[in-house]
Ligand binder design. Structure first.
Ligand code: CS2
Length: 476
């Protein structure tokens, strides 16, 4: 197998785990080989492969999106190997050569190869990172059967992860009885339960009770909390890697030095001993998930639109802006932490660590990246704090301010009044939220976003309307 880093490559300062890639066999299939996977799960597995007798955990990387085929092809050409750069807030920098993605399949072109990989009895674990919007579930965990992508998949197309899981697991159920673990690695609350709910409804829509029964007996869907801030790799980073190591790395990634993975100990398939390399296996992942989603992700979400309105480019700049820094502290201490209540996680200490991570200027994480995909992020990241506060009899003023900033951002960005572009895969869902009384009312009462909060706590609608008006007046 050709090696991506040749003999002529300058490999000083490049860390590589001590295992021989020729000894590695595959035990994991990963769907959605994006930057986050390459900076997170693939890194843990790379470390696992260097442990004694753990060379059977190599990853088969699967692309499921036709629009990513070209990039994926380049990745496959470099044998799935790439360089990861991590940077600490104090400037300490590390480069690692990651080799755990030992085989690549472009599902957009070779779906049968994906089915074979999923059906292969050696595959013990299927992981997925297809983004928050890749699961097509509404506020009641109901699969969006009217969504064109899901509709087409039920008819036999291959748009979503469900179509791939369905076909592969069906083949597995017919050819082997090997148990399997389906481990969702996206930032969704109770992510394992959601993956299970979505897949089971998909199988029901395919009218396949035998497969549903097979999954009940042979599969598990643990929840997991994944964490590492992974900015979109910049051209500067790609150039740096080329200058430093002499390679054109199409899939190089960068991230912060912090990394965490907490997994519910519920494996139907064989369990990779990832605890040897720092992963935490726990009976209940919910407290970790809630802390991360409500403090880190919601902190990002509620601050980022305000940062964009202020014209900031990098997220760490927001942490140096007195007003936004204070806002972030108030949002977490007045709204998020009280709404979580008792937790096994030391929430104030956790918040301090996140505040430091957010201030890391070396990673160059952009406001633009964090503004992406707001329509799916608010219900997942921000809604629990909103509802939790109201249920405890409090009005979450800071949360409402964050929500208002999103509304104002969408309008000013679309009008070209601020420079941060808004990448929103669900633009159509935002169409009713026009910048007038009716649009604000539609926004403040949207069922997908805020579920029953507006009906149960009408004060939310009043306060949000005011906050939108104040914010609009400030920035328009
Ligand atoms: C961010 C996440 O996109 C976002 O909203 O909050 O991508 C965040 O950087 C990761 O979840 C960190 O683990």
């Amino acid at each position: 197998m050709a090696n991506f880093l040749t003999a002529s490559t300058h490999i000083e300062q490049l860390n590589v785990q001590a295992y021989n890639k020729n000894d590695v066999q595959t035990g994991i299939v990963h769907l959605g080989v994006g930057a986050f996977h390459r900076a997170h799960q693939a890194v843990y597995v790379d470390r696992l492969l260097a442990q004694e007798n753990q060379q059977h955990w190599g990853i088969i990387g699967v692309n499921i999106r036709p629009q990513d085929s070209q990039a994926f092809e380049r990745f496959a050409k470099q044998d799935g190997e790439y360089i990861l750069k991590t940077m600490a807030a104090d400037g300490a920098t590390q480069y690692e050569h990651i080799r755990s993605l030992v085989k690549q399949i472009d599902g957009a072109h070779a779906p049968q190869d994906v089915d074979n990989a999923l059906a292969d009895a050696r595959t013990q674990l299927v992981t997925s990172t297809v983004t928050e919007s890749g699961y097509y579930l509404d506020e009641n965990r109901t699969l969006m059967l009217d969504n064109p992508a899901i509709k087409a998949d039920i008819e036999g197309a291959r748009n979503t992860l469900y179509a791939f899981l369905y076909a592969g697991l069906k083949q597995r159920s017919e050819t082997s009885n090997a148990k399997i673990t389906l481990l969702c690695c996206d930032n969704l609350r109770h992510n394992g339960e959601l993956l299970k709910a979505g897949l089971m409804q998909f199988i029901a829509a395919k009218n396949d009770p035998a497969l549903a029964q097979w999954l009940v007996e042979n599969a598990s869907f643990p929840c997991s909390m994944v964490d590492r801030i992974t900015p979109k790799p910049s051209q500067q980073h790609v150039d740096d890697v080329r200058a430093r190591f002499g390679v054109d790395d199409a899939m190089t990634v960068m991230g912060e030095d912090f990394i965490q993975w907490v997994i519910e100990d519920n494996f139907a398939g064989q369990k990779p001993p990832l605890d040897l390399v720092g992963v935490q296996f726990v009976a209940d992942v919910v407290p970790f998930e809630e802390a991360k989603i409500r403090i880190l992700n919601a902190g990002h979400t509620c601050v980022t639109y305000q940062a964009a309105l202020k014209g900031l480019t990098y997220f760490d700049e927001a942490m140096r802006d007195e007003e936004l820094k204070q806002y972030f502290t108030d949002f977490i201490t007045q709204d998020s932490i009280p709404a979580i209540g008792e937790s096994v996680v030391d929430l104030p200490a956790y918040f301090e660590i996140i505040a430091q991570r957010f201030s890391n200027a070396n990673i160059g994480d952009t406001v633009e990246r964090i503004c992406t995909d707001g329509y799916f992020k608010f219900p997942i990241f921000v809604f629990p704090t909103l509802e939790g506060a109201y249920l405890k009899g409090r009005t979450p003023h800071k949360t409402i301010q964050g929500i208002a900033s999103w509304f104002v951002f969408m309008h000013l960005s679309n009008q070209g009044k601020i420079s941060t572009p808004y990448h929103e895969p669900n633009q159509a869902s935002l169409a009713p939220f026009t910048n007038d009384e009716a649009g604000i009312q539609a926004f403040a009462t949207d069922r997908f976003l805020w579920d029953t909060v507006p009906a149960k706590f009408p004060n939310f609608v009043t306060e949000l309307t005011q906050a939108i008006q104040t914010t609009m007046a400030k920035y328009a």
